[in-house]
Design a protein around this ligand. Sequence first.
Ligand code: DGY
Length: 320
Amino acid sequence: MKPAVLLTRKLPSSVMARLETACDVECFDGGTMPHEELVARVAGTRALVSMITDTVDRAVIEAGSDLRVIANVGVGYNNIDVAAARARGIAVTNTPDVLTDATADLTWALILAVTRRVGEGERLVRRGAWRGWAFDQLLGMALRGKQLGIVGFGRIGRAVAHRAGVFGMSVAYTVRASVGRRGGPSRVPDSEPMPLDRLLSTSDIVSLHLPLTSETLHLIDQPALARMKRTAYVINTSRGAVVDEAALAWALTNRLIAGAALDVYEREPLVHPDLMTLENVLLVPHLGSATTETRTAMADLAVRNVVAVLTGQPPLTPVP
Ligand code: DGY
């Protein structure tokens, strides 16, 4: 008998086919799987393929007493109680590397869009308020000669840094013990490590690339924002709660910083209401890894982790 695997949503057909040759696949097919249904349906399954929007907490893990592996489709895994899983001998895996370029590219899309006021310009045109070219209309900030501050110099942070030279920017970065030196090329030309406080007070763009942990929760709070240059921008493509959204709205309203671009939010899909009304913040709906190629690669890696564990091999990408 093939081992039972629960997927909280359908994956691309090529990936489903690979899984179905080795496993008996059950799949939720209606958006985000309700938590109660996840608890009820995980019983008796040997593997769970979860999305970053599924809360895989103690209740799920206890109900899944036959689980051998939880394969999260995402590099972030703050949605999983890893300690509870480990205590029951369940492997937890994520999908690093395959989404690094997509997320770094989206970070640059946000940097360019917010500093060149693309969102504001688009809104102006759509509401029929554009009156034609004007010498001083929607002036943004040039990137050449400016400093990009990368908070969290892991794979994605370094990939963002590697693209900075193209735009003539120097790079400052913080290194945290938990994310500092895993994978990828570590030497970035024209870059300098710095303590967070100095990075905040000297950077023109501050881009966040940290996992969400108890240490990084609200790392960017009122005091951190007050340290930044008034002409600087915050970019967040990591996890929403690394930024205190209320503090960010305060800093943007009071022009303590020039602007922000967010891909992630504290309580997705909710966005702090004060941010919704501000012109100097660009808001996009968690698109970091959203290319067809990347999402397929993420699903494929999650499934390969499941097959590895269920055939007695070590997981390919266990969470650290
Ligand atoms: C991740 O993989 O953690 C991303 O946030 C998904 O886009």
